[in-house]
Every structure is written in C-alpha cells, then in structure tokens.
Design a protein around this ligand. Sequence first.
Ligand SMILES: [Zn+2]
Length: 302
Amino acid sequence: MTGGADASRGTNHAAPRADAAQAPIGRLAPTPSGRLHLGNVVAFGAAWLHARAAGGSVLLRIEDVDIGRARADLADGLREDLRWLGLTWDREVQPQRDRAYDDVLERVRPHLYACTCTRTQWRGSYPGICRDLARTSGALRLRLPAGSVSFVDLARGPQAFDPNALGDPVLRRRDGVYTYTLAVVADDLRDGVTEVVRGSDLLDATTQQIRLYEALNAPPPFWLHTPMLVDVNGRKLGKSHGSRSIQAMRAAGWTPEAIWRLALPWLGIAQGHHLHDAVRVFRAEALPPGPIPVTIPEEAPP
Ligand SMILES: [Zn+2]
C-alpha cells in the first residue's frame, strides 16, 4: 500500500482521481468508548456511502489503541448499532489493541524526540520545549517541519493549515501506549485504506497526519470531512451533550429508515431516500459544510 504514488492524492492533489484501477477502500473505525450517536451516523454514513457509491469496499476496524477507555462489550455494541443501521462491512480487520506499532515508530525514528513535559507546563498547544534537549526518556513526539500543509478535501476543496499551531504530536506516550495519531495512520496504510472520512472537527489535525505520512514516505489517503452536528446552543452534538444513543432511539421505537430520513439531508441528500437509494445519489461535493443545528424529536416518528 505504500507504493503506487497517485499524483491526485494528498498534498499535491488537485485533480480528481485519474483512474479506477484501484477500487476505493473505505473504513468504519469506531472507538469503543460508548455506543453510536447521531454524530457518528453522519461520519459513518458518509464513509459508507462514499465507498459504496464508488463501487469500493468497506472495512471495520475497532479503534481501541487507547485501551484505558476501550471496552470489549462496547465494541460488540458498536457492531450491533452499525448492522442495525445497515452500515455493512466486507471484512473486519484486526483491532488496534492486537496490533504492534514498534516497526512503524522505528521508520520515523529520525523525526522523533523525547518530551518530559507535563500538561501543566504550557497553555494551549505544545510549544516544543524539549525539541533540542536530547531527553533520553519520556513521550515521543514527531518534530514537525516549519510551514503549512495543503490538501484537498473531497467536500470542501483546497485546505491549508499550519500543523505547528497544534504542536508536535505525541506518537507514543510516556507510559508506552501508542497514540491514535500514530495508530490510525499506521493502520490505514497496513489495511490499504484509500478513503478517510471523519468529522470536520479534525480538519486541522489532518495536517499533522499528513506530516506523519510524509515522515513514513507513504502516500496519504483521500480525505473527506463531514459536517458537525450542533445542538440549539451551538455545541457539538455528542453523547456528552444529551444526544441520545442509537441504541436508546431504537428502544424508543425509531426504525433505521426513520433515522436515515432524519440523517440523510445532513449528508446532502434530499429527504425521502433510504440508505440504499442514497448510494445512487451520494456525492461527496454535496456534503454541507456545517455546522448543522439539530433537534431530535422526542418521539419516534410513526
Ligand atoms: Zn516537552
């Protein structure tokens, strides 16, 4: 998956994909820290529709590298929620907790430095305190080169951010646990994923990931960032802000069809389509930029 440079990908990509020689490979990559909620439905729905609309395949990968908050029973619940919504996958790949990342870390070793800082030592993003201190232990950070990173988002078009505004990302914590930043890039490369679809709250962090692809001398995937859902107060809709879980909506009488009638317009698809009809009309470019204010009806529709 590291070969076959595609000029339309990543930092240089301006043109649409040149050929269909490689069928797209998308993925559903839920983190088992809770059950699915409507915000996940947007991201996973877009990932599924984007891959299926292009005749591609869909992988399932449980993202539980952060084993402190990942629970096996929650992974089963996520699979159940996805199946119930009709978000099928062609195969499930190894969960992160069963994978090794030492080899990937070694490939970027020249770009790493150890950091012994604690979070209380600075405000905001990490200012690079340990960059030139040659620490011998601590968390391992990726040394970001100066300058901004540009890429093309399949919905939003050309994007440019300076990842240094976020600071050098930690790839391995001081306790030896690999971070999401490292794991997701390593796994997408190993799994052959060509389409990464995720929430637009991660739009700037995508540039950190592109720097990691560069350090690995590997081509980045295509990126598609989905609109954020917000509540009436403009806060991101998540399980912490009273968005009911899909499990709870199901228990309250919602059907998958009713949930998709609610959610498909958030993906730029006119009302009245079922998920499988939506495959025929889904276009990444039609995704609204968001944020989308959402009010979930208390009662399941009849
Ligand atoms: Zn430091």
